[in-house]
Ligand binder design. Structure first.
Ligand code: PLP
Length: 392
């Protein structure tokens, strides 16, 4: 439609939309569908966090705040970065936004000119390439496979970098693969990046805490502190504290960039919700055992899902490091069942009563993303249905 901007026309409609729409239709018509598509924890937001929000309302914290976040929240974020990541930031290096997605969007708009390249390893979180396109940048996708645990190698990164590369995106643990980069792997990537001093690095640490090995989290700055000046560390409260609806994401990074991301935010959304910011202070500064309780449950479900999937014909799944996703290869099952695309396969599965997101949405056709952010009872029933479907 030529009435629309070239910008919006460059954005691809989500390949998951067909499945999601069909799932909603089937549910509305009374069909029993088990959803394994969710990108959010199924747990409630911990009570002490809710109480902090209620208190904020009573205290009249219901007005505009500073565009880049309240001083209290920025302080809590500074302490979080120090505590968990050994990173030191001043308040002018912190920006709080309306979710991790908003943080990335501000970064893309503040950084990219038409034609600037952004290196994104696949499988990727669905929104990265399209946010880059909205900002008129060019996503450059690096394909990875199960043999390399869906992690790009240093050689792949080197081959993707050009004189137009502006940014490299890292996401560990990854949505959708659940894989986390080791210190050695990050060190190898950092070595390549040292040769390209003009390239910036975004590390999306959204799933930092949803990791089975406690205390083992590393991002690129943990192993290459010399890259601090050109790395943007992205995080948020959505996944770790089961706060997806509250919309709080935050970044730490170089002041010149943060200042300009803030400028974009000041002329678009202004500050994120004042009440949600007060809740985020409680999340980051309060007791952290609620996070561990969720992680223990996710790990139990992970083990169950993995064992079930690998017992099914034409499906193979790798054990993952964290998150609440499994990203099994179902290409053999698709061939046997006669489906040409993972989207068609996902639609057929839906008719069989299970909703999952096809891998092509994440740049990895032939796979399916299965979220275990749902009860064990739902998982059992959904996997029974999947098994019956692929075995028939
Ligand atoms: N980064 C990754 C890898 C994600 O999976 C998500 C959510 O799905 C986000 C960022 C954004 O989270 P939110 O905008 O809900 O805070």
């Amino acid at each position: 439609d030529q009435r629309l901007s070239r910008r919006v026309q460059a954005v691809k409609p989500s390949p998951t939309l067909a499945v999601t729409t069909r799932a909603a239709e089937l549910k509305a018509s009374g069909k029993d569908i088990i959803g394994l598509g969710a990108g959010e924890p199924d747990f409630d937001t911990p009570d002490h966090i809710k109480q902090a929000a209620i208190q904020a309302i009573h205290d009249g914290q219901t007005k505009y705040t500073a565009v880049d976040g309240t001083p209290a929240l920025k302080q809590a974020i500074i302490e979080k970065f120090k505590r968990d990541n050994g990173l030191t930031y001043t308040p002018t290096q912190i920006l709080v936004s309306a979710g991790g997605k908003h943080s990335f969007f501000n970064m893309a708009l503040a950084l990219l000119n038409p034609g600037d390249e952004v290196v994104i390893p696949a499988p990727y979180w669905v929104s990265y390439p399209d946010m880059v396109r909205i900002a008129e940048g060019e996503p450059v996708i690096i394909e990875t496979n199960a043999t390399q645990k869906f992690k790009m190698t240093a050689a792949q990164l080197r081959a993707a970098l050009t004189d137009k590369t502006r940014l490299v995106v890292l996401n560990s643990p990854s949505n959708p693969t659940g894989m986390a980069y080791s210190a050695a792997e990050l060190e190898a990537l950092g070595e390549v990046l040292r040769e390209y001093p003009d390239v910036l690095i975004a590390t999306d640490d959204m799933y930092e805490h949803i990791l089975w090995e406690k205390g083992s989290y590393v991002n690129i700055l943990s192993v290459c502190p010399d890259l601090y000046e050109r790395t943007i560390v992205m995080n948020g409260v959505s996944k770790a504290y089961s706060m997806t609806g509250w919309r709080i994401g935050y970044v730490g990074g170089p002041e010149w960039l943060i200042k300009n991301m803030k400028k974009i935010q000041s002329q678009s959304t202004s500050n994120p919700c004042s009440i949600a910011q007060a809740a985020a202070v409680a999340a980051l500064s309060g007791p952290q055992d609620c996070v561990q309780a969720m992680v223990v449950e996710f790990k139990k479900r992970h083990d169950y899902v993995l064992q079930r999937l690998n017992a099914m014909p034409g499906i193979s799944a790798l054990p993952v490091d964290g998150t609440f996703y499994s990203f099994p290869d179902m290409s053999d099952a698709m061939v046997v069942k006669g489906y040409e695309t993972d989207i068609a396969f996902a639609e057929a599965l839906l008719e069989a009563g299970v909703a999952m997101v096809p891998g092509s949405a994440f740049g990895a056709p032939g796979h399916m993303r299965l979220s275990f952010a749902t009860s064990m009872k739902n998982l059992e029933a959904a996997l029974d249905r999947l098994e019956a479907f692929v075995s028939a």
